[in-house]
Design a protein around this ligand. Structure first.
Ligand SMILES: Nc1nc2c(ncn2[C@@H]2O[C@H](COP(=O)(O)OP(=O)(O)OP(=O)(O)O)[C@@H](O)[C@H]2O)c(=O)[nH]1
Ligand SMILES: [Mg+2]
Length: 537
């Protein structure tokens, strides 16, 4: 802006007794002229000038301040939330003379994690900054720092980058532990973690989860870390999700959605896919609402515009219809599975089921015990569908061994409902083999979560063996401590068949001895006359 333009702006602003603002593009052309009130201006909806996440808007704001104040907190927040190239305030004297210039610009990642730099006051005629060059240089640095920024926030490798956020009343330590698991989930889902933000609050903000100041921090971290996605560790309400998406212009996910996404990626069988779709639709239904347009100042009024009510009703009806159809189809598959189970029961083979926290090593153990080749991976929820194998013991005896979907704490209700059919396999089990990852720092909490889920599913009374897997990852001291804490447990390494002997013996003893698991349940199958099982030699 030339000194003449500055003078003109000052005179006009003074004459009207209002702030005046100009949004200027990279070519120096005014994009928008804003007439404010004496104390501030409201920036209009910039959605048409929206760039993909990670980049700046391509617009800078120059505006007047009546009086001698420099940049206000509001000015800086606007810059952060609207990703403006820069914000400049020109102070106007009581005589309508331009006086000083204050300006600010966002910063690329820096050791002090500073969000922006500010300059000023500078005499207005002594400002010699090439704002366009500044903005372009900043953008280049942001791209380098985030490396992977590209349209949609996707990296060249196709990996999305995400900020992980936890906001809760729990201690920071507890939240950090929970974020570790969220990071694991993100990794499994193929998302690269760009950074973390933990905030302990007395009460979670009901509309935006975080207060405005922290939201600004989040926004800066996303920009500096090149994150197009923000993943919250807590369940977000539909309104919170919408508000956050509007404010950050980034994709907002919560823990449930992330888990749903993993399930969707891993579902291979027909019933698995149907179950995931059902869970997703059930999650989405209450969230189907007209989208808001971007808001300017956070404090300002939020204008809600979106598809008309009719369109919305139509969408909702379609989703409901689909849910009904999926449920019907799943019921059919469930019946078929039940028939298989009945056949199995008729054959008189006892059933043991592997249960446990996700990634504990259930599938690996199934493979080791039955010499089969079920997919096992260092990923959460590698297994979604129950797989059954026959496990042979000496003297022609055998049992059915079932591998199941892993558990996780706070399993989303939608998933629990959708996977009820799968987990029904567990109802028929004569014995549950609880597989736990002995080397996991959260071992006790994970075992507790499994206990709770089993209780919720009414399976607390099914006989159970506790297996502490990944014993190989422990040192002598840890082994001793665990053996003392859980004297009944068997320490094994599913990767090392030599360690499985005690488990095999225990299984045989429990499944085949006359006073075995039958004691509790009064016999398997329930009807003794149908029992063809070779109890003992
Ligand atoms: N060190 C060590 N790693 C193991 C052991 N057992 C399994 N693993 C590894 O743990 C990871 C998870 O194993 P899976 O068998 O897929 O676990 P899972 O319980 O079936 O997991 P989900 O199906 O995802 O719930 C894999 O990378 C295995 O190689 C073990 O005894 N020792
Ligand atoms: Mg598995």
């Amino acid at each position: 802006m030339t000194t003449d333009q500055a003078r003109e702006l000052a005179v006009l602003s003074h004459g009207m007794g209002r702030q005046l603002g100009l949004l200027i593009d990279r070519k120096g052309r005014p994009f928008w002229v804003i007439v404010g009130d004496p104390g501030g201006i409201f920036i209009p909806d910039l959605s048409r000038a929206r760039r993909w996440p990670g980049r700046l808007r391509g617009l800078r704001l120059v505006h007047t301040h009546l009086g001698d104040e420099g940049l206000s907190q509001e000015d800086l927040m606007d810059m952060v939330f609207l990703r403006l190239d820069s914000v400049t305030a020109l102070t106007v004297s009581e005589h309508g003379e331009p006086r000083h210039v204050h300006w600010a610009q966002l910063l690329p990642p820096n050791p002090d994690a500073r969000p922006y730099m500010t300059e000023g006051p500078l005499p207005y005629h002594r400002v010699d900054v090439d704002f366009t060059a500044q903005a372009e240089a900043l953008e280049d640095e942001l791209a380098r720092a985030g490396q992977t920024i590209a349209p949609g926030g996707e990296s060249p490798a196709g990996l999305e980058r995400a900020m992980l956020v936890s906001v809760a009343t729990a201690s920071k330590q507890a939240q950090a532990t929970s974020l570790d698991e969220l990071a694991e989930l993100a990794r499994t889902a193929g998302v690269e973690v760009a950074g973390r933000l933990i905030q302990r609050v007395a009460k979670v903000n009901p509309t935006t989860i975080l207060g405005k100041g922290k939201l600004a921090d989040l926004e800066t971290s996303c920009l500096q870390g090149g994150a197009g996605v923000v993943i919250f560790d807590q369940v977000l309400t539909p309104a919170q999700m919408r508000n956050l998406a509007d404010i950050t212009e980034r994709r907002i996910l919560d823990r449930t959605q992330l888990i749903l996404d993993i399930f969707a990626q891993h579902a291979t069988t027909r019933s698995g896919k149907l179950q995931v779709e059902l869970a997703q639709l059930q999650y989405r239904l209450p969230r189907l609402v007209g989208r808001h347009r971007a808001l300017s100042r956070l404090a300002g009024g939020i204008g809600g515009r979106g598809p008309g009510e009719t369109k919305l009703e139509e969408d909702r009806r379609k989703v409901r219809d689909r849910i009904a159809r999926l449920k019907k189809e799943l019921a059919k598959l469930r019946k078929r599975r039940k028939a298989t189970r009945t056949r199995r029961a008729k054959a008189g083979l006892p059933v043991a089921a592997l249960v446990g926290y996700t990634n504990a090593g259930k599938s690996t153990l199934l493979n080791a015990l039955t010499q089969s080749d079920v997919l096992s991976e260092d990923k959460l929820f590698a297994t979604l569908d129950p797989t059954t194998r026959r496990l042979r013991f000496p003297r022609e005896r055998e049992i059915i061994l079932t591998d199941t979907v892993g558990f996780i704490r706070e399993l989303p209700a939608e998933l629990r409902e959708a996977f009820r059919a799968t987990l029904e396999e567990l109802d028929e089990a004569d014995l549950l083999i609880h597989v736990a990852d002995a080397g996991h720092p959260e071992l006790e909490a994970q075992m507790q979560a499994v206990d709770t889920i089993l209780e919720d599913m009414d399976l607390a009374r099914t006989p159970r063996i506790l297996v502490l897997n990944k014993w190989d990852t422990l040192d002598e001291e840890q082994r001793e401590a665990l053996a003392n804490a859980h004297p009944e447990a068997l320490g094994i390494s599913a990767l090392d068949p030599a360690t499985l002997e005690p488990l095999s013996l225990e299984l045989a003893a429990r499944m085949f001895s006359p006073r075995s698991v039958l004691g509790d349940k009064g016999g398997i199958p329930a009807d003794p006359s149908a029992d063809h099982r070779p109890h003992h030699p």
